[in-house]
Write a protein that binds this ligand. Structure first.
Ligand code: CP
Length: 333
């Protein structure tokens, strides 16, 4: 059985087929690929875009979505094996995933890191536990990667550049300031998919402490060796932006300070100037800007950048709907 946990698990041909199907769903909204079928959307963290687009996507394909928030409107879940469950959790993932799979045809999971211990969080154990026990396909709705966002971004770039082949485009993934340490998921994903598509990718971040996990650097390196793109890391804003076709922004917490955020904060606070503004965008080759959203205006990017016709973040957000319909339809085939 095939899950959608990471794009890296899917062949390039399969990803291209998902993107083509998403473009078709964008042209023709309604279908019957989920007629009489259902998806459970399990949210351990808040969402606006993911919840709305999955619920509506299921509806538009003739199916139904059930939203569950463990610990809020559903029972808290235990993930450890062999534990004496005398704490908060009322049931074990071994029952939750198997019971849900008797009711629904797909399960979506959003489970962010706990932000205490990266060595543990990088195991992605909540998503993996659902995939282990579920007898229906599981979709990653953002854990330590965000593969649905990846496809939405690529579709927006293909639309903007008017070509499915993005090879040769200069892609800058820039760290931006945020008052709180955020998940690395979207950054891991942007690096993964941009290199997979054969772009010339620069990871721009303030210091080596902000470099992403080795697993995603290795994926990026393997991807460019296969796709013919390139991958570099830079701490220099001007040279990274110069000549860029795409600027993708995201904030994240420094991995060496995971769980020790009070110590990281004064370091992070020194790099507010990583904000995406008009002066930086002027260094690009008429480049486009995007972000997964939500975005704090005038912290991560200025009003002028967000309101510019070069900002494709709203197109990318819309594309979440279309790519997720393509993913659900493909997994149900
Ligand atoms: N980009 C994204 O996943 O948005 P939400 O957190 O609102 O779902």
């Amino acid at each position: 059985m095939k899950h959608f946990l990471n794009t890296q698990d899917w062949s390039r041909a399969d990803l291209d087929a998902l993107l083509a199907q998403a473009a078709a769903f964008k042209r023709e909204k309604l279908g019957d690929a989920m007629k009489g079928r259902a998806i459970a959307l399990v949210f351990f963290n808040p969402s606006m875009r993911t919840r709305t687009s999955f619920e509506l996507g299921a509806f538009q394909l003739g199916g139904h979505a059930v939203v569950l928030q463990p610990g809020k409107d559903a029972w808290p879940i235990e993930f450890d094996l062999g534990t004496v469950m005398d704490g908060e959790a009322e049931e074990h993932i071994a029952e939750v995933a198997r019971v849900l799979a008797r009711y629904v045809d797909l399960i979506g999971v959003r489970a962010f890191p706990k932000f205490v211990n990266w060595a543990q969080d990088r195991e992605d154990r909540v998503l993996k536990a659902f995939a282990k026990y579920s007898t229906v396909p599981v979709i990653n709705m953002e854990t330590i990667t965000h593969p649905c966002q990846e496809l939405a971004h690529v579709l927006a770039l293909q639309e903007h550049f008017g070509a499915s082949d993005l090879r040769g485009k200069k892609f800058v993934l820039t760290w931006t300031y945020h008052p709180r340490p955020l998940n690395t998921a979207v950054a891991n994903s942007a690096l993964t998919i941009a290199t997979r598509m054969g772009m010339d990718v620069t990871l721009l971040c303030p210091t080596p402490d902000y470099i992403l996990d080795q697993r995603y650097l290795a994926w990026a390196q393997a991807n460019v060796e296969e796709s013919g793109g390139s991958f570099t890391i830079s701490h220099d804003i001007a040279s990274a932006y110069r000549g860029a076709d795409v600027v993708y922004a995201k904030s994240w917490g420094a991995l060496p300070y995971f769980g020790n955020w009070a110590e990281e904060k004064p370091i992070r606070d020194q790099y507010r100037h990583f904000i995406v503004d008009e002066a930086k965008m002027a260094l690009t080759r008429d480049g486009v800007f995007s972000h997964c959203l939500p975005l704090r205006r005038n912290v991560k990017a200025t009003d002028a950048v967000m309101d510019s016709p070069r900002c494709i973040a709203i197109d990318e957000a819309e594309n979440r709907l279309h790519v997720q319909k393509a993913i659900m339809a493909a997994l149900l085939r």
